[in-house]
Design a protein around this ligand. Structure first.
Ligand SMILES: [Zn+2]
Length: 308
């Protein structure tokens, strides 16, 4: 099994205001934990910058222009109450997109069995034409479209275990039965979407969890509501929106997962990728705001990816 890791130090240069939870130290914490010798076999590569047209796989051109025009020459500019851009944000955004697309290329060309893309900012709240929740562009949505357009994937499953609902991913694929979107998330919580009744074209599977839910509740929801849908769907590729803010240490929400729960879910999805997708699995970092919880969770996740 070859597990590739994409990072790029330019992702440290998307700046947010002091005290903002989505901060460069998040990536430093992941870098540090993955520097341990048990991760030496990782196939490490620099996330490449995507071409600007890649944005158009999931967003209209006038939206892309709006984001670029919002980027200041200096300082930090606000797009909404909690989403900001700084001078390097355009290059950073294209690098986060480029990492997710390169990961798709790698699993379809056999360069890697699975890939973890450690970039920021996160992407799953970005709707077709709206930046929100720290997110500018929807990296997993662009990656799924890229798999379909460049590699002939017919069915792509996106599994989102970030503690927040991926309203953006749901918005982009709402009426598209070629993409299955499955999410566990705390409810009620930002952004307010993600009720079980939101099913799109029958391709949206929301499994909301109540505040305080622990890994046992998560595993049960995963086993009963999500895994059977993936089994039926038989995806050609599985993409994980890997947010680690459901960890019990995280300050933004009230779920109580442990790092072992993320490892367990990783193994379950790898098994499904083995059944229908030739092991092809791409995992893209989303949230996770307690540095220790984030590092422990990413380590459990990547460690499991490497085990095959
Ligand atoms: Zn989140």
């Amino acid at each position: 099994m070859v597990t590739r890791l994409y990072t790029n130090s330019i992702c440290l240069e998307h700046l947010t205001p002091p005290g903002h939870p989505e901060r460069p130290d998040r990536l430093r914490a992941i870098d540090k934990v993955l520097a341990h010798e048990v991760f030496a076999p990782l196939d490490r590569a620099e996330a490449p910058m995507a071409r600007e047209t890649a944005v158009l796989l999931a967003h209209p051109e006038n939206y892309a222009r709006r984001v670029r025009d919002a980027i200041p020459a200096e300082g930090i500019a606000r797009i909404d109450a909690d989403t900001t851009v700084s001078p390097k944000s355009w290059e950073v955004a294209l690098t986060a997109i480029g990492g997710a697309m390169a990961a798709v290329d790698d699993v379809f060309t056999g360069k890697a069995d699975n890939v973890f893309v450690a970039t920021r900012p996160p992407g799953h709240h970005a709707e077709k034409d709206r930046a929100m929740g720290f997110c500018l562009f929807n990296h997993v949505a662009i990656a799924a479209r890229h798999a379909q357009e460049a590699h002939g994937a017919e069915r792509v499953a996106i599994v989102d275990w970030d503690v927040h609902h991926g309203n953006g991913t749901q918005d982009i694929f709402w009426d598209d039965p070629t993409v299955l979107y499955c999410s566990t998330h705390q409810m009620p919580l930002y952004p307010g979407t993600g009720a079980a009744s939101e099913t799109g074209a029958g391709n949206i599977v929301n499994a909301p969890l109540p505040p305080g839910a622990d890994g046992e509740v998560f595993r049960q929801a995963f086993e009963e509501k999500i895994l059977p849908r993936i089994d039926d769907f038989r995806p050609d590729l599985i993409i994980i929106s890997a947010g680690f803010d459901a960890h019990h240490r995280d300050p933004l929400a009230e779920l109580n997962f442990t790092e072992e729960d993320f490892g367990w879910a990783t193994a379950e999805l790898m098994e499904r990728a083995g059944r229908s997708a030739g092991n092809r699995l791409v995992s893209v970092l989303e949230g996770g705001y307690d540095l220790e919880g984030l590092a422990l969770s990413a380590a459990a996740h990547v460690g499991r990816l490497m085990k095959g």
